[in-house]
Design a protein around this ligand. Structure first.
Ligand SMILES: NC(=O)c1ccc[n+]([C@@H]2O[C@H](COP(=O)([O-])OP(=O)(O)OC[C@H]3O[C@@H](n4cnc5c(N)ncnc54)[C@H](O)[C@@H]3O)[C@@H](O)[C@H]2O)c1
Ligand SMILES: [Zn+2]
Length: 371
C-alpha cells in the first residue's frame, strides 16, 4: 500500500509544562491543509484566524492556507507585510494589532505566522500582547525559520539601537514546517538557514558537524532526504534545549553561539545587508578564534569552523576589508541585549559539542582578538 502523504510527517514534541507543550510537525505537503488541521486540533475554539505573511510568501502560499482554514469552518483572512528585516519594528506590531482587531479577532481566536523568521517573530509578539495573549501557529517557510526561529517562543522586534531589543516569550500552539515551500527559497536564503543549522551542529558535537560536512552537496541543493533529516535534527536539538531552559537562564544561552558578533555585523552594516545567517557565520569564526586565544579550545577549532563555512559557501573571513573593523564591532556588541556593564556573557566552544557561557569584559575580548 502506498503510504498517504500524512504518513511522511515527522513529529517532534517541545516538552514544556502544561498547555505550553506543543508539537513541531515536519511535512512534505504544502502548508495549507496541514496548517488548517493542526490549527483545528490545537486551537479548536478559534472562530477567526488572521494569517500574517509577507509579500514574497503571500503570492506563493497564502491563498491556499487561508482557503484550507476557511474549509474548517473558520473565518480566515491574510495580512501581507513588506518582506525584510526592516519590517521587524515596533510600528509593524501596531499594524498587525490594528488589522487583527479590525477583523474581529477575539481572545479565543488565533494568528498564523506564514513566513520566515521575520514574520514569525512579529506575529508571535503581536499574539503575545493582543488581548494579553492569543494563540498562534507557526508555519515557517524559510530554512532558518524551520531549523531555528519557529521553535522556542522567542518573539519580538528590533530597535534602532539593536536587534531583538523588544519582545516577549510566547510559545506557539504548534509548528507546521513544510519541506515543499523551501523549493522557492532564493539560494542565499538557503545558505542563511544552513548557517544557523551549522551553529546547531557545532553545539551538538563532532558527529553532527561531520554529518553536515558529509552532505554539503545534498544540503546546499536542498535534496529531500538530507534536508528533512537536517531540519528534524535541528528541531530535536532546539526543542530539548528549550524544554530544559525555556526562559533562557542557563543552557539556552548557548544557542547564542556566534550571535554576539553576528548581531554587531548586522547592526553596523544595516539590517539586511548581510542575511542573519551570514552575520552569524562570521560571528562563529570570531567565537572560535576567541575560544582558541583564551586557551579554552585546542588550536584548529577556528580552522574547522572556517573550512565548514567555506564548504557551504558562507562568509568565513571576518577580517575582510569590506567588513567593520574590531573596535567598531566591540562598540556595537556593547549595545547587544546580552551585554551587561563592561562585559557580555560570551558563548565559547571548548570543542564541537562543548559550549561554555563565560562572562568576559569587552576590553579583554578586544585585547585577545586584536593581536
Ligand atoms: N525567534 C527566534 O528564536 C529566532 C531565531 C533565529 C532567528 N530569528 C530571526 O529570524 C529573522 C530571520 O529569518 P529569515 O532568515 O527566515 O528571514 P526572512 O523572514 O526575512 O525571510 C527571508 C526572505 O525569504 C523570503 N521567503 C520566505 N519564505 C519563502 C519561500 N518559501 N519562498 C520564497 N521566498 C521566501 C522572505 O520574504 C524574505 O525575503 C531575523 O529577524 C532573526 O532575528 C529569530
Ligand atoms: Zn540566529
Amino acid at each position: 500500500m502506498t503510504p498517504k502523504p500524512h504518513d511522511a510527517t515527522t513529529r517532534v514534541d517541545v516538552a514544556l509544562g502544561g498547555e505550553r507543550a506543543y508539537p513541531v510537525l515536519l511535512t512534505d505537503e504544502l502548508p495549507g491543509e496541514p496548517v488548517a488541521a493542526e490549527l483545528a486540533r490545537a486551537v479548536p475554539r478559534a472562530r477567526r484566524v488572521l494569517v500574517v505573511t509577507d509579500d514574497h510568501v503571500a503570492p506563493l502560499y497564502a491563498d491556499a492556507v487561508v482557503a484550507a482554514i476557511a474549509a474548517t469552518g473558520r473565518e480566515a483572512t491574510a495580512l501581507t507585510l513588506p518582506h525584510g528585516e526592516e519590517t521587524k519594528a515596533l510600528g509593524t506590531i501596531g499594524e498587525v494589532v490594528d488589522a487583527a482587531l479590525a477583523r474581529g479577532i477575539l481572545r479565543g481566536d488565533a494568528l498564523v505566522a506564514l513566513g520566515g523568521g521575520v514574520v514569525g517573530d512579529i506575529t508571535g509578539f503581536a499574539a503575545a500582547i493582543l488581548h494579553r495573549g492569543v494563540a498562534f501557529v507557526q508555519a515557517p517557510t524559510t530554512l532558518l525559520a524551520q531549523v531555528d526561529s519557529s521553535v522556542g517562543g522567542k518573539t519580538g522586534v528590533n530597535h534602532a539601537t539593536g536587534k531583538n531589543l523588544i519582545g516577549a516569550f510566547w510559545q506557539p500552539r504548534a509548528v507546521v514546517a513544510s519541506s515543499r515551500v523551501l523549493g522557492t527559497l532564493p539560494a542565499r536564503e538557503v545558505r542563511c538557514g544552513l548557517a544557523e543549522a551549522l551553529k546547531h551542529a557545532f553545539l551538538e558535537g563532532e558527529e553532527a558537524v561531520r554529518w553536515c560536512r558529509d552532505r554539503v552537496a545534498a544540503l546546499t541543493t536542498l535534496e529531500g532526504d538530507a534536508t528533512r533529516a537536517l531540519v528534524a535534527r535541528c528541531v530535536r536539538y532546539k526543542a530539548a534545549v528549550v524544554a530544559a531552559d525555556e526562559r533562557d537562564h542557563g543552557v539556552r544561552a548557548t544557542l547564542n553561539l556566534g550571535h554576539t558578533f553576528g548581531h554587531a555585523f548586522e547592526l553596523l552594516l544595516g539590517y539586511g545587508a548581510l542575511t542573519h545567517g551570514e552575520a552569524v557565520a562570521l560571528g562563529l569564526v570570531l567565537a572560535a578564534r576567541l575560544s582558541e586565544r583564551l586557551g579554552v579550545a585546542a588550536p584548529g577549532l577556528e580552522e574547522l569552523v572556517v573550512d565548514t563555512l567555506r564548504a557551504f559557501g558562507l562568509p568565513h573571513d571576518p577580517d575582510a576589508a569590506d567588513l567593520p573593523a574590531l573596535p567598531a564591532l566591540i562598540d556595537a556588541a556593547r549595545g547587544d541585549k546580552k551585554a551587561e556593564g563592561d562585559g557580555v556573557a560570551f558563548i565559547l566552544l571548548h570543542a564541537p559539542g562543548r559550549p561554555e557561557v563565560k562572562q568576559l569584559d569587552f576590553a579583554r575580548i578586544a585585547a585577545l582578538l586584536g593581536g
